[in-house]
Design a binder for this molecule. Structure first.
Ligand code: ATP
Ligand code: MG
Ligand code: MG
Ligand code: MG
Length: 439
């Protein structure tokens, strides 16, 4: 991609409305634009990150056996009356009337709709277990939309829903998502800690929020420090092995970790003081086992091996990709701008031609652009007729993990400069070695 032609509306000034660093940097880098309160347009750079995040989520959902569908954003109020949530949901739900005066709504979540789909097709225990997920825009009329895409009104959510014949099956399904979540966040360069979360009126201990520690987080959290050094389950984890998954779950929940709603000061104080972490955190995912809460009122049943009707046991599993973009920036930036982890970076390499129009730098830049593209890297080639200082600032702001600086001086000695954004480390290398270094 040529920067001279790329739609990258960088802001010079720090936007006044942005209270936290991720919001400021996402606006300054030209990733998003607010269209109404809590409603954002995603510009090319931001959309690239969002797509990288959803690609990782998809891979890990599929690995854990979930299947992708796509449900609509607009839902019928009738379905929500069946579950009893239409009135209970309150002002967070955006309610709409169509031309026939039918009551509709913009979905804040999809338990009812997915249960309706499953009840209309699934009749036998042989069709279970089943886990269906989608990645779709949600709307919640938040009282205080703020912090950019961290807490917006329209936001993207990956929501998965599992269906099992009994509680033991549902437990296995829950553990699959638990492990998938550990892998998903780790692949994005985040340390997300599963914390006991409120299960509300349903009770039980099967709900976890995945929280990343950040001073600007809206949740107050308490956990054991050792969580930060836990290693995540590998890609070849056997998701069909119920005992193996349970053992992973047990290990990851053996130490104390809770949000303020579930906080037990006595247990926390028993942790040696050096290991106590009392911090703020961002909820990036939330998984929940809720049994027959929706399947019972919606009459979603299957015939079991015993010939009897069984009400389905369900769980739901959410991740906020649009919140994650902000959370990653919150976790990974410096004074000059964003520092993208490799796996979610919009571009791997910012290629800076420091003297556009100079035959040597133009030719070397072109060679680098081709060689890197051939190796599958996303390259943003800064071919603008700008001062080097402006190019450095843009590259640091948008945070590509690698920068390659092509200037006439070093090039006279056959060298270009390779800079690692995260550490600032620089190396003078030949064009060939520069490509090798990045690969
Ligand atoms: P919060 O406590 O932050 O309001 P929630 O508990 O209401 O979130 P869930 O219903 O658990 O959210 O939704 C699943 C995921 O969707 C959350 O873990 C979060 O990542 C994301 N999410 C929820 N609300 C928003 C929002 N307003 N903006 C962006 N992402 C959101
Ligand atoms: Mg909420
Ligand atoms: Mg919450
Ligand atoms: Mg939640």
């Amino acid at each position: 991609m040529r920067l001279s032609r790329y739609f990258l509306p960088n802001l010079r000034e720090t936007p006044k409305e942005a209270e936290i660093v991720s919001h400021r940097l996402m606006l300054r880098a030209g990733m998003i634009r607010q269209q109404s309160a809590g409603i954002y347009a995603w510009l090319p750079l931001g959309l690239r990150v969002l797509k990288k995040i959803t690609a990782i989520i998809r891979e890990e959902q599929e690995r854990a056996g979930a299947q992708e569908i796509l449900m609509p954003t607009i839902q019928s109020a009738d379905l929500w009356r069946e579950s009893g949530r239409y009135d209970a949901y309150g002002k967070e739900m955006l309610r709409i009337r169509d031309r026939h005066d039918r009551e509709m709504l913009y979905g804040p979540t999809n338990e009812e709709m997915v249960t309706d789909i499953v009840r209309s097709f699934v009749r036998s225990y042989k069709d279970l277990p089943l886990n269906l997920y989608h990645i779709q825009w949600k709307f919640r009329d938040e009282i205080r939309p703020r912090f950019g895409t961290m807490r917006s009104r329209e936001f993207l959510m990956k929501d998965a829903y599992s269906f099992d014949i009994d509680a033991a099956g549902a437990r296995h399904s829950y553990n699959k998502m638990f492990v998938a979540y550990l892998r998903t966040f780790a692949r994005m360069g985040l340390k997300a800690i599963p914390m006991q979360a409120d299960t509300g009126p349903i009770g039980g201990d099967l709900s976890h929020e995945f929280i990343i520690l950040a001073s600007t987080g809206e949740s107050e959290v308490f956990c054991h420090r050792d969580f930060l050094d836990f290693s995540v389950p590998p890609a070849d984890t056997d998701f069909d092995n119920a005992e193996g998954l349970q053992a992973l779950f047990d290990r990851w929940t053996a130490l104390y970790a809770a949000t303020s709603e579930k906080h037990d000061p006595a247990t926390f104080d028993a942790i040696s003081t050096g290991k106590q972490v009392s911090a703020r955190g961002i909820e990036v995912g939330h998984i929940f086992y809720f049994g027959t809460k929706y399947s019972a009122p919606l009459k979603a049943t299957v015939t079991g091996p015993d010939g009897q009707e069984h009400t389905l046991h369900m769980g739901s599993y959410g991740i906020g990709p649009s919140r994650l973009v902000a959370a990653i920036v919150e976790a990974s930036h410096d004074d000059a701008g964003i520092v993208w982890p490799d796996a979610v970076a919009p571009f791997h390499v910012s290629l800076l031609n420091l003297k556009v129009g100079d035959q040597a730098t133009d030719a070397a830049s072109l060679r680098l652009e081709k060689a890197l593209a051939t190796r599958g890297f996303d390259v943003l080639y800064d071919d603008r007729d700008e001062r080097p200082g402006a190019k450095f600032a843009t590259a640091d702001l948008i945070g590509s993990p690698w920068q390659v600086l092509v200037g006439p001086k070093s090039l006279a000695e056959g060298k270009v400069e390779v800079k690692r954004r995260a550490t600032g480390e620089r190396e003078l290398l030949s064009v060939e070695d520069a490509v090798e270094r990045i690969a």
